[in-house]
Design a binder for this molecule. Structure first.
Ligand code: AMP
Length: 302
């Protein structure tokens, strides 16, 4: 696998494949790769002829300087992992390559989609930063398919919106959340948790599971479902920053679980902010007791 750092190098590395009509897949990441990222790369390698992984810790989407400073960076290990998962190219640009002097354009998805949930907690600049960098990466690599994780469900909606609105010629493929055996959604930020915090971080997936089980037993009231999330999380002394049951396309709050809905939560464990979500489906009526706690959630969100 080759690492390229400039847009010019990326374009010339991709030119032969494009000329030959090969399918190019792009997996945008901020690095510190884990199984969640690798699942996207592996799927891209199955579906496309050539896979580019981008590795760029995008300062524009960080609303807290400390979060940006301590974000884990390990390019050498990432390159080896990406290659093993099937990537041919690693695009790892410097900040100045992405935002050269004079850079003055941003992409903003307006309205509720970017303003709710993470938009409330992290401010408008977060999704403006995400939308701008993803648009730029799509224009730089011009992939046929771009891969994203359902773990960042709101991000997927924002990206689908901008791809449609700007007529970008790319298919957006979202893949299920990959979890640790105890249910914790994999995240590069998990590496920043102390052992005690790691234990409390279980509260997010445990809260989601409690609500899923209640929904499977027939509970339809949002208040009761969110109550179950809060109660479960409190057992590990964690209070969610938000817990919301929303329409999975518009992110508007729903009062009752009458159709498929997105249950989204965020919580701070020490200094580390984590998010997770689960699709609740009112037609699922059986509560399966998983032998492996992570599996039930992964299956539900698939
Ligand atoms: P990040 O490096 O955190 O910006 O993530 C890069 C891509 O990987 C995004 O599309 C994320 O949604 C996706 N991703 C992160 N964590 C997971 C996970 N646990 N399972 C599946 N996809 C993930």
């Amino acid at each position: 696998m080759r690492t390229v750092r400039t847009v010019a190098e990326l374009r010339s590395a991709l030119a032969p494949a494009r000329r030959d009509g090969l399918a190019i897949g792009l997996v945008p990441t901020m690095g510190a790769l884990h199984e969640g990222h690798l699942s996207l790369i592996r799927r891209a390698a199955q579906e496309c002829d050539l896979v580019v992984v981008s590795l760029f810790v995008n300062p524009a989407q960080f609303n807290e300087r400390a979060d940006l400073d301590r974000y884990p960076r390990r390019e050498r290990e990432d390159a080896a992992l990406a290659a093993r998962a099937g990537a041919e190219l690693l695009f790892a640009p410097a900040v100045e390559e992405v935002y050269p002097p004079g850079f003055a354009t941003s992409v903003e998805v307006l309205g509720g989609l970017a303003e709710r949930l993470e938009g409330v907690s992290r401010g408008a600049e977060h999704f403006r930063g995400v939308a701008t960098v993803v648009t730029k990466l799509l224009c730089m690599a011009l992939p046929d398919v771009a891969y994203f994780g359902q773990k960042d469900a709101q991000q997927v909606l924002v990206i689908r919106r901008l791809v449609a609105d700007l007529n970008l010629p790319v298919r957006v493929q979202a893949l299920p959340t990959v979890r640790e055996p105890d249910g914790l959604a994999m995240s590069s930020r998990n590496a920043l948790l102390s052992p005690a915090e790691r234990e409390r971080a279980r509260s997010l997936s445990a809260g989601l599971r409690a609500a899923s089980e209640l929904a499977a037993d027939g509970e339809r009231a949002t208040e009761a479902l969110l109550g179950a999330v809060r109660e479960k999380m409190a057992e590990l002394d964690v209070e969610p920053e938000y817990a919301a049951l929303v329409d999975p396309d518009t992110l508007e709050p729903v009062e009752r679980l009458t159709e498929t809905a997105l249950l989204a939560i965020a919580a701070r464990i020490g200094d580390v902010r984590l998010i997770d979500n689960e699709i609740l489906d009112p037609t699922t009526t059986t509560t399966t007791t998983p032998t492996h706690p992570g599996e039930a959630i992964a299956t539900c969100s698939a």
